[in-house]
Design a protein around this ligand. Structure first.
Ligand code: NAD
Length: 362
């Protein structure tokens, strides 16, 4: 299969490109690196089945030769990114999505959209299932992202109805993992960066707001399952284990052995208080659910951040050296078994009791 991946130079996109190549597909990656990083795909450039096109997909999506599928991921995703690029965010959600849909239409290809839990806004219903229509402030600062994604869903659904295009929609909930940018403003990357550099961990509000965190490998498996199906969805893709931001901060501190303090700041405008996906539809229709618990996911992510060559690695080594003794992770976090709600096949996960999510992003 030949797959065009817009936003393939970003965090999720680069993992998706890799997974597609690993299973034998060919990839055409389009990106303008407005929020992505060339380093993410540098190792892929020499791969015989990988092509990179530097392109602003809001202007045009021009791919020579037939594609079998289009995965549209291009869009700033973290709040600081889309608040810095409000018009570009609206444009890539609207024009960019239309251009990506036209490519799929040209070739009769499968099209999947990377939508978001932000579709639900500050939800009045908890947890969120796909039938919930959301509670979005259409003129607030975050609306540039939320409404762009709502339009992207609307135009994708209209292409399915009007042209019979094989469209699928993934509503992605907070996802974390290696290759997040240290200063992208998302809660996991921010906490790890702050812990490794000894800076205070920033919590917005009282830290009791919850998020659910999905490890990137799980999310990519979900996107592939959607790509391989001919289902429209929308499908919530995320980890339904809910955590508070304060819990996440504690887990990151325990895991890194950092002595950073925690500092509270005022909650940003329209920051959702609770977020947790109902993933029954993805479980039953796509046969997908997350498998990697937060402790293992954070372990891999912290290791990635600590190995960076931009000073974070050195800070991490300094923190490790300053510890009198290493705090064993399990002891530090007090792991406890939890089960993802869903069909009989639900997998048990073992997240830390003292961990949780925070500031939203994506
Ligand atoms: N990571 C999450 O937790 C999360 C959650 C919900 C939804 N999503 C969605 O998944 C997708 C990928 O998110 P991510 O976390 O990898 O973010 P990211 O910022 O790392 O990746 C987005 C990529 O899109 C590229 N891009 C942006 N505008 C573009 C344009 N006009 N033309 C070409 N390329 C452009 C960026 O350069 C970047 O490489 C986004 O659509 C985002 O809305 C992510």
């Amino acid at each position: 299969m030949r797959v065009a991946v817009t936003g393939g130079g970003g965090f999720l996109g680069s993992h998706l490109c890799e997974a597609l190549l690993r299973r034998g597909d060919s990839v055409v990656c389009l990106d303008n690196f407005s929020t992505g990083d060339p380093e993410n795909i540098a190792p892929l450039l020499s791969h015989p089945r990988f092509t990179f096109l530097h392109a602003d997909v809001s202007v045009a999506v021009e791919v020579t030769g037939r594609v079998d599928a289009v995965a549209h991921l291009a869009s700033p995703a973290s709040p600081p990114d889309y608040l810095r690029q409000p018009l570009e965010t609206l444009m890539v959600g609207s024009r960019g999505t239309e251009n990506a849909l036209e490519l799929a239409l040209r070739d009769g290809a499968r099209f999947i959209l990377a939508s978001t839990s932000e579709i639900y806004g500050d939800p009045l219903v908890h947890p969120q299932e796909e039938g919930y229509w959301g509670n979005v402030n259409s003129i607030g600062p975050r609306s540039v992202y939320d409404e762009a994604k709502r339009y992207a869903e609307a135009v994708s659904a209209a292409y399915r109805r009007t042209h019979g295009l094989d469209v699928g929609i993934a509503r992605i909930f907070n996802t974390y993992g290696p290759r997040m940018r240290p200063h992208d403003g998302r809660v996991v990357s921010s906490f790890i960066t702050q812990a490794l550099t000894g800076e205070p961990l920033t919590i917005y509000g009282d830290g009791e707001q919850t998020r659910s965190f999905c490890y990137v490998d799980d999310l990519v498996r979900g996107l592939l399952a959607l790509l391989d199906s001919s289902e429209m969805g929308p499908f919530n893709l995320g980890n339904p284990v809910e955590r508070t931001v304060s819990e996440l901060a504690e887990t990151v501190l325990a895991m890194t052995g950092s002595r950073s303090e925690v500092r509270h700041h005022p909650l940003p405008t329209d920051d959702p208080v609770r977020r947790r996906p109902v993933i029954t539809r993805a479980q039953e229709v796509l046969g997908w659910q997350p498998e990697i618990d937060i402790v293992e996911g954070l372990r891999r992510t912290v290791a990635h951040f600590a190995a960076r060559e931009d000073g974070l690695g050195a800070s991490a080594a300094a923190i490790r050296g300053s510890q009198d003794e290493t705090v064993p992770l399990a002891a530090a976090t007090g792991t406890v078994a939890q089960t993802i709600p869903g069909p009989a096949s639900a997998v048990g996960v073992t997240p830390a009791t003292a961990a949780g999510p925070s500031a939203s992003g994506g």
